[in-house]
Design a protein around this ligand. Structure first.
Ligand code: IPD
Ligand code: CA
Ligand code: CA
Length: 258
């Protein structure tokens, strides 16, 4: 496992370097949907990550957002978001990260998230805790939503579905002490693990947005489920991640009619 974690960390650092070097350069932006962007930097980061992982573990599967890598029917699958926060990046809003997780027999066992502006490297290994820049981290102790700072986000299909989180946003913005929306799901999850946010929820995310952050929150002592409190699956469409103390109250609010 240590080798896997080392490569995940190295891949995140290489990706972060590409992001910082190109932040103020001209970039090419393409549209994957009405408001869903991809830049040449997303692609360059993904290529660097996939090359490094495949160079070290040629038999492993890869699931990467921009389609790089191959399916090989291995028990190991790397789940990669080369640039989480692409819209921020395209606007030069300095919060974005790389997220890399390793799934083994259906379980996330390794996680690395690197935010290059803050220079924060989050690492976790199943059963061994979570760290930020080498120091152990843990979730906050807030015990009510009223004293909590929460975070959420809105998926790219916000205009196409009624299940677009606006109802939950209304309820929780009126219940929490504060609510933030930074546009980087993996960093939001790490901020829950660090105890900066007390809770985070979002709908319609993809495995690469949440796989690493999920393990980092759990290993920092937090709880991650769907909106009903059932076991979280990285391929499912709901995520609720909290410091554990406010989890049941958040479920009650999410399930409440507005
Ligand atoms: C997006 C970010 C954002 C979330 C979106 C994601 P991307 O990922 O994580 O916070 O609200 O739903 O798609 O496209 O920047 O990698
Ligand atoms: Ca993402
Ligand atoms: Ca991305």
């Amino acid at each position: 496992m240590k080798d896997f974690l080392k490569i995940a960390e190295q891949a995140c650092r290489e990706s972060g370097q590409i992001q910082i070097q190109n932040l103020n350069q001209e970039r090419q932006i393409e549209y994957k949907g009405a408001i869903n962007l991809v830049t040449n930097v997303d692609k360059a980061c993904e290529k660097a990550i996939v090359d490094l992982i495949q160079g070290n573990f040629p038999d492993h599967d890869i699931l990467a957002e921009e389609g790089g890598g191959k399916r090989k029917d291995s028990p190991y699958k790397w789940i990669i978001d080369p640039l989480d926060g692409t819209t921020n990046y395209a606007h030069r809003y300095p919060l974005f990260c790389t997220s890399i997780a390793l799934e083994s027999q259906g379980e996330i066992v390794i996680a690395a998230v690197y935010e290059p502006n803050r220079q924060e490297m989050f690492l976790a290994e199943k059963g061994a805790g979570a760290t930020c820049n080498g120091k152990k981290i843990s979730v906050s102790s807030a015990s009510t939503v009223n004293e909590s700072m929460l975070a959420t986000g809105f998926a790219y299909n916000i205009r196409e579905t009624e299940d677009n989180n606006l109802n939950h946003f209304k309820k929780l913005v009126l219940s929490a002490q504060a609510l933030r929306r930074d546009g980087v799901a993996a960093a939001d999850l790490c901020d829950v693990a660090m105890g900066r946010f007390d809770g985070f929820w979002e709908l319609n995310l993809f495995p690469w947005d949440v796989a690493a952050g999920f393990l980092i929150v759990e290993e920092a002592g937090g709880r991650v489920t769907d909106f009903r409190g059932s076991k979280f699956e990285v391929y499912s469409k709901q995520i609720l991640a909290t410091n554990d103390h406010i989890h049941d109250e958040m479920i009650e609010i999410l399930m409440r009619e507005f």
